[in-house]
Design a protein around this ligand. Structure first.
Ligand code: A2P
Length: 268
């Protein structure tokens, strides 16, 4: 037991798991990640989201969070923005190891391998905290069972905001087990839009101009071989979906797997 952990002032609601914060990492004034214990009974597919909350009210506020850890991990990881007056994130950003996090029992989502038809190359297009579900999927061996090549794009306003993705890619590459699967098959493509960096530009512009494909030496999206997952703001999803559809890819779902799937990056 952590003596510094905040005491529970309210009962845990029914049908909700009470889990313990294991670690917290702050990246910028507005971005942080945290890991919590995972209930033995909690099952999910890599890429899904779940509702989480804090035990700070009789009726706690819950928000959707993509699970950033892979399905095999014994802990659960989340990546979040901090909104100063956000109903959940204003408090969530203050959590420390030992604190309690509430977790609803059912996970769901469309950024799952099951919602895509078989293919050769899987593209994961992320902006901002939209990288979270891909942090799960690039660490799942099933991704590499199903696809020969995986490309993760990460676009943020500034360099500091790319840190989570940069560190994730480095850790995956160095991991003794996953690193062996990803070697030569996982490509990471990070860009900034409001600060100079080795690669700049909105992913939409980089797709439209063909620069994304030229930089990587890969052919443009082909419905025969390419599958795309998209996660970011509502505007970003709309714009990237349209571009991808222009290449002839069809949007899929759990009920009707197809060529690309989308999920909005949730905000606290
Ligand atoms: P930009 O700086 O040009 O707006 P945000 O922090 O607003 O969620 O944005 C995260 C990243 O997503 C930024 O790099 C931003 O670029 C980019 N972005 C925002 N809207 C779109 C869009 N409709 N299409 C492509 N990229 C977008």
């Amino acid at each position: 037991a952590n003596e510094n952990a905040a005491p529970l002032r309210f009962p845990i609601p029914a049908n909700v798991h009470a889990e313990t914060v294991v670690s917290v990492t702050h990246y910028t004034d507005s971005l942080f990640s945290f890991r919590i214990t995972r209930p033995q009974s909690f099952r999910f597919r890599s890429g899904e989201f779940v509702m989480i909350g804090l035990p700070n009210a009789e009726k706690p506020i819950f928000r959707a969070y993509s699970i950033a850890s892979p399905a095999w991990d014994e802990e659960l990881e989340f990546y979040s923005i901090k909104v100063p007056d956000g109903p959940l994130t204003s408090e969530l950003q203050k959590i420390a190891p030992g604190d309690t996090i509430l977790l609803r029992q059912k996970s769901t989502g469309t950024l799952v391998l099951d919602a895509l038809k078989p293919g050769k190359r899987l593209w994961m297009i992320a902006t901002g905290t939209g990288i979270a579900p891909f942090a799960s999927l690039i660490r799942d061996p099933e991704t590499y069972d199903k696809f020969e090549q995986v490309v993760l794009t990460n676009t943020c306003r500034g360099v500091a905001e790319l840190q989570y993705g940069d560190q994730l890619f480095a850790a995956v590459s160095e991991d003794p087990l996953i690193g062996e699967l990803t070697a030569g098959r996982l490509t990471y493509y990070a860009t900034t839009t409001r600060e100079d960096s080795p690669r700049t530009g909105r992913i939409t512009d980089l797709i439209s101009s063909g620069k994304l494909f030229a930089d990587l030496g890969f052919d443009a999206f082909d419905p025969e071989t390419d599958r795309v997952m998209i996660c970011g703001s509502i505007d970003m999803i709309r714009d990237v979906s349209k571009l991808v559809a222009d290449f002839g890819l069809v949007e899929g779902s759990n009920a009707a797997p197809a060529d690309f799937v989308v999920e909005r990056a949730f905000v606290g």
